[in-house]
Design a protein around this ligand. Structure first.
Ligand code: NAD
Length: 468
């Protein structure tokens, strides 16, 4: 994968030249072959295997991401996506037989998955390795040429990706453009065959507007406030561990599907908070700011954004655990807040950090109305042993994905589509869904010359009309 080096400005002309080059490569037909796809996927896998240390180090520099998290949440998921595609690719590429109808008798039909052409992947900083390579793997598997634009907010991973990929994969078909809004804007001016964007909804709207000019389809992987409903009929210890692991054990809350807020009953809140506190101390010690197992906040502007949420007058008195911060290290301790007002900033913006407000209701069923009164979340979680509540939750809540009695892990299952709904985005990927996301399903009907039924041809005589 060649890198568009930062020699001079990466402007519209350079973006157009890059795209032209990739179109020539696509037109050569080489990316369509099974052999090319397999080779590139194997190259990506080898690249990850041979450079694990450097990847862990880049993630440490960008986010102080603990080595364990770097492995489990980024490296191993990229490897799993590669291996899954390699195992399934032949089957995915096979044309699918389709049924035919009496109207076209005699005929046969099939659906052929064809690559779209030249695709653009714009990724975000919080899982900068995974969110860059996971869609690239899908685009390669589907036989496309690709431009990857990693996030400038995680510069160590962005430059590592650019440096490594150029040595491992076919650079006449797969390229990296490093840079920020200006470079992305130059890319977005071009006509792509598909764009997959991961990030916030404001930029998502910019991406969508640019794509609309060229009728380019987009996948928007956005975020939102993912709620966790906690019933009292649960295994409290296991539930507390799973909430803490999904919130603070995943990039210290800087995860798109991170538990954003909890809803529980007034009578259960104290028990739940005690259990969460207990697990937090067990996981991160009495002084979490010193814990090596918590990522830092990515940069000072996100640090200020989060402290602003915490310092808002109507919220600051509601902290029941944590609240410590260290600006020099960009660290914020796991923080729990109880009964913050619904009109507070923290309840109206995606938190994307280590703060967890808990709001309380009289009956756990009341939580469904609260969730439904807000934008559709990327993930919705429920902890309960009640089958009735579980059923109601699945039926009444619309969310990108759902997980009952755990958090975050649903996105590791390649058999489940990963994507949002409503303001949390649209389109999905992972596993076969990635292959489909970057393929066009071409419908083909085959007709022999024999058995030509002439009734459909003019003139439409009264006899033919009577047949209707
Ligand atoms: P970010 O700042 O890294 O931005 C994402 C990308 O947009 C970057 O590549 C950046 O260069 C580009 N960009 C920024 N400003 C731009 C502009 N004006 N014009 C064109 N391109 C521009 O990431 P972020 O937006 O801070 O990411 C956090 C958000 O992303 C959260 O809302 C989170 O929930 C969401 N997210 C979603 C997923 C998912 O898979 N659904 C994953 C991670 C993050």
């Amino acid at each position: 994968m060649a890198v568009e080096m930062r020699k001079g400005k990466f402007d519209g002309d350079r973006a157009a030249a890059l795209l032209k080059e990739l179109r020539v490569s696509f037109a050569s037909g080489k990316t369509k072959s099974y052999g090319w796809r397999v080779q590139q996927l194997k190259n990506v896998l080898r690249m990850v295997d041979e450079n694990e240390k450097a990847i862990v180090e880049a993630l440490r520099l960008d986010l102080a991401k603990p080595k364990f998290e770097a492995f489990v949440n980024e490296i191993s998921l990229v490897k799993a996506a590669c291996k899954h595609s390699l195992t399934k690719l032949k089957h995915w590429m096979k044309p699918q037989k389709a049924k035919t109808s009496i109207i076209t008798f005699p005929s046969s039909a099939k659906i052929v998955s064809e690559p779209l052409g030249v695709v653009l992947i714009i990724s975000a900083w919080n899982y900068p390795f995974l969110l860059s390579l996971d869609p690239v793997i899908g685009a390669i598997a589907a036989g496309n040429t690709v431009v990857l634009k990693p996030s400038e907010i995680s510069p160590a991973t962005s430059s590592l990706l650019a440096k490594l990929l150029k040595d491992y994969v076919d650079c006449s078909t797969i390229r990296v453009v490093e840079g920020a809004a200006a470079e992305t804007t130059a890319l977005l001016e071009q006509k792509w065959d598909k764009i997959l964007y991961t990030g916030n909804g404001n930029v998502g709207r910019i991406v969508m507007a640019s794509a609309a000019k060229h009728v380019t389809p987009v996948i928007l992987e956005l975020g939102g406030k993912s709620p966790v409903v906690v019933d009292s009929k649960i295994n409290l210890t296991v539930s507390a561990r799973r909430i803490v692991a999904g919130k603070w054990g995943c990039n210290n809350g800087q995860t798109c599907v991170s538990p954003d807020y909890i809803i529980t009953t007034k009578t259960f809140a104290t028990k739940l908070i005690d259990a969460l506190k207990h697990v937090l101390e067990e996981f991160f010690g009495k002084d979490p700011l010193q814990s090596k197992d918590l990522s830092r906040i990515v940069n000072s502007s996100h640090f200020s954004r989060l402290t602003k949420l915490l310092d808002e007058d109507k919220v600051s008195g509601k902290i029941v655990y944590g609240g410590q911060r260290d600006e020099t290290q960009l660290k914020i301790a796991p923080t729990i807040l109880l009964d913050v007002p619904e009109d507070s900033l923290i309840m109206n913006e995606e938190i994307f950090g280590p703060l967890l407000p808990i709001i309380t209701v009289d009956k756990v069923e009341d939580s469904l109305n609260i969730i439904n009164s807000r934008s559709k979340p990327l993930a919705a979680y429920l902890f309960t042993s009640s089958k009735k509540l579980e059923k109601e939750f699945v039926e009444k809540i619309s969310a990108g994905g759902m997980l009952i009695n755990d958090t975050v892990l649903h996105l590791t299952n390649p058999s489940l589509p990963f994507g949002g709904v409503g303001e949390s985005g649209f389109g999905s990927y992972h596993g076969k869904f990635s292959f489909d996301a970057f393929s066009h399903k071409k419908a083909i009907l085959y007709r022999p010359f024999i058995g030509d039924v002439t009734v459909r041809y003019p003139p439409y005589t009264p006899r033919k009309i009577r047949l209707l």
